[in-house]
Design a protein around this ligand. Structure first.
Ligand code: CA
Length: 233
């Protein structure tokens, strides 16, 4: 592979760093390593990686601080490695702009699938086909942004305005988990006690209209307790 993706791996635990570095290198990626926030920040600006894999518990600062600094200056995709199973940390990281998270311990297959997915969507997000006015395509699902029309194959899916807005929003960030609160803020502008329920009802209607049967690949994946993701895998 001549044109390798460059991945910045930020992890202070040597055992995990070596293991994850080996997973990435065996999959053909070029890996740059950092053990602290400070080193990671300087490597991120000098090397401009295609992806940052970020451990949240670092010796000199919290990984969330690094995530904020990276997001202030770039859209480099970030996958958070979290030892914490606490949902609030995942939600906080996603709300700070992380593209995905994975909880330790994890296997190579699952991790590399997330890496591929994040890289694919971040690369495609620059394509004009995904911008407003264009078309979005994910397997049989087509969204015509200009006309606000949605198709599964050749069948038009008749969505309400709110349902369409949710589908379009998820498609614009496809591959990335959007938290419940981020979706609610974007669609309704304000949260209230019934917002999550309202979102779930809309989502159930969308799935029903998409006609995805159980066991089939669905276009929208529910990350339980966290949010929703439109995915291509
Ligand atoms: Ca750590």
């Amino acid at each position: 592979m001549n044109n390798k993706y460059k991945i910045l791996l930020v992890e202070d635990d040597e055992h995990i760093r070596i293991m994850v570095g080996a997973m990435l290198e065996s999959a053909g990626y070029q890996v740059i390593e950092a053990q602290t926030c400070a080193t990671a920040l300087s490597l991120a600006s000098s090397h401009v990686p295609d992806l940052i894999v970020l451990d949240l518990g670092l010796p000199d600062a919290d990984g969330m601080t690094l995530l904020q600094s990276v997001r202030e200056r770039s859209l480099i995709p970030v996958i958070v490695l979290s030892a914490r199973s606490d949902e609030t940390d995942k939600v906080a990281a996603l709300d700070q702009g992380a593209n995905d998270y994975i909880t330790k311990p994890f296997g190579a297959a699952e991790f590399l699938a997330r890496v591929r997915s994040v890289l694919r969507f971040s690369r495609h997000s620059a394509d004009e086909g995904r911008l407003a006015g264009g078309k979005f395509q994910l397997r049989d699902l087509t969204i015509e942004y200009d006309a606000r029309r949605v198709f599964i194959g050749s069948r038009e899916v008749h969505l309400t305005q709110t349902e369409y807005n949710i589908v379009a929003l998820l498609s614009e960030s496809s591959g990335k988990v959007m938290t419940y609160s981020a979706i609610i803020k974007a669609i309704w502008g304000y949260p209230d006690s019934g917002s999550v329920k309202k979102l779930q009802v809309n989502m159930a209607n969308i799935r029903r209209k998409f006609g995805v049967s159980p066991g089939q690949n669905s276009y929208i994946i529910n990350e339980l307790g966290v949010g929703y993701r439109m995915d291509g895998e």
